[in-house]
Write a protein that binds this ligand. Structure first.
Ligand code: 5GP
Length: 190
């Protein structure tokens, strides 16, 4: 293989913290050479989401087949749905020298960090739990029962941040994106 293999960056944080907003911002820095790994999920498509861009939306049977065929680098169940990272795509991009971002929850992150100890891990924290709750509620895309489960899950996720090598607080999306850019740059220099 010519050149250097791309970095693998695991990016986590509780539901509603603003991960995808911050991620889209730091991905605009072309010099970071980042590519987003599109996950597979059994969750229903939200308005505005595009199949093959935000996720590959699949049914449970297709997801199970992908697990059994060993196609997933990691997978987890999150509030009643499955989410997983297609392995071949990540490997191909890294072999091409691209730096790959996995925006995944904590159980999947743990699997990736065990399999790929070279991975960089970043956890995005809300400034407070109250702020997180209001962000999840304002999204108005889920019923109350799902909101409560996501909040409960967020509390548990926030207790696991010591697994990550970098923790960034999302007080301001621009500053958070800048902080993550600097973290990635520090690895690119190595
Ligand atoms: P949402 O339903 O809000 O899009 O995602 C729920 C949670 O699943 C988020 O924390 C998101 O980062 C995580 N997630 C998305 N894709 C994957 C994946 O491929 N694997 C794992 N383990 N988590 C994922």
């Amino acid at each position: 293989m010519d050149g250097k293999r791309g970095l693998l960056i695991v990016f986590s944080g509780p539901s509603g913290v603003g991960k995808s907003t911050v991620r889209k911002l730091f991905m605009t820095n072309a010099h970071l050479n980042l590519v987003y790994s599109i996950s597979m999920t059994t969750r229903k498509q939200r308005p505005g989401e595009v199949d093959g861009v935000d996720y590959f939306f699949v049914d449970q049977e297709t997801f199970m087949k992908n697990i059994n065929d060993g196609n997933l680098l990691e997978y987890a169940e999150f509030v009643g749905n499955y989410y997983g990272t297609p392995k071949d795509y990540v490997d191909k991009l890294r072999d091409e020298g691209k730096n790959v971002i996995l925006e995944i929850e904590v159980n999947g992150a743990e699997q990736v960090l065990a399999k790929c100890p070279e991975a960089i891990s970043v956890f995005l924290m809300p400034p407070s739990f109250e702020e997180l709750e209001s962000r999840i509620r304002n999204r108005k895309t889920e019923p109350e029962e799902v909101i409560c489960k996501r909040l409960e899950k967020a509390r548990r996720e926030m207790n696991l941040l010591d697994r990550y090598s970098h923790v960034v607080i999302n007080k301001d999306i621009l500053l958070a994106a800048e902080e993550i850019t600097k973290i990635i740059e520090s690895y690119l220099k190595k």
